[in-house]
Design a protein around this ligand. Structure first.
Ligand code: C5P
Length: 237
């Protein structure tokens, strides 16, 4: 597969066309952003670490029966993925309270959630990714009822696969965000990425933060923590 023109440049990844109309190349950059792009820094090796982390997790999900976009790693910073029509909705499952949930509802960080909660957010930086419900998604044509139902089932399925995987490595999967797209057959497929940039992971004993909150909160050792997470789930980087 030959790399072609740039299709889209996001805050941390760039998407390229290829000579195969059904395939794209995802390039993971070292750019790290938070607060809708207000805070941006270059972190050495982050592109490589996230590319390999994402490939490893997507492989685990495929093995457990979740269809994903990822096809192959082609370099330290790039992977080949299936072209999808992305749905502009983020799906968030939470196992413990943190982040915007605590800010919005005034609940204490670390509270275990039963049942695990689910939220949709509209992908729109200018509007600061507002929370939306499924009737908004359908009324405004962002997704169909069937797609909404499938995204919700798949996000919980991913939680049931990954929470135990991280738990075996002595970590709590606090929450995470997924994005889905539609493939050429009309099927819903997991797209975007699963990396410590888009989830929260805490050491199960000490509750030390090992994810992008280290960057958001200026705690330091960001990429080092991502590498530690990878190693604790059996991926050596
Ligand atoms: O900020 P909030 O608490 O709603 O985030 C929930 C989860 O979704 C966190 O793991 C966060 O990293 C992730 N997220 C993301 N991209 C966004 C918003 C949230 O990856 N635009």
């Amino acid at each position: 597969v030959q790399k072609g023109e740039e299709l889209y440049r996001g805050k941390a990844k760039t998407v390229f066309y290829t000579n195969d109309a059904d395939k794209l190349i995802l390039e993971f950059r070292n750019d790290t952003s938070a607060f809708d792009g207000e805070k941006i820094e270059q972190l050495d090796r982050k592109g490589e670490v996230n590319n390999k982390f994402n490939h490893f997790i997507m492989q685990q999900l495929e093995d457990a029966g979740v269809k994903t976009q990822v096809e192959a790693l082609i370099s330290d910073n790039e992977s080949i993925v299936k072209k999808l029509d992305m749905i502009p909705i983020e799906c968030v499952v939470r196992n413990y309270a943190a982040g915007s949930l605590c800010r919005r509802l005034g609940v204490e960080e670390g509270l275990e959630l039963s049942p695990q909660t689910f939220e949709f957010f509209l992908k729109n930086d200018a509007l600061h990714d507002p929370m939306v419900n499924e009737t908004h998604a359908i009324a405004f044509g962002w997704a169909t009822q069937d797609q909404i139902d499938q995204m919700k089932v798949l996000t919980f399925k991913v939680n049931s696969i990954l929470a135990p995987l991280f738990r075996k490595g002595g970590m709590l999967l606090v929450d995470f965000k997924l994005e889905f797209g539609v493939d050429k057959n009309g099927d819903i497929v997991l797209g975007d990425e699963f990396t410590p940039d888009g989830c929260r992971l805490w050491d199960a004993e000490t509750k030390k933060k090992l994810d992008k909150d280290r960057f958001r909160q200026g705690l330091g050792s960001v990429v080092e923590s991502y590498i530690e997470v990878a190693e604790r789930i059996g991926l050596s980087l």
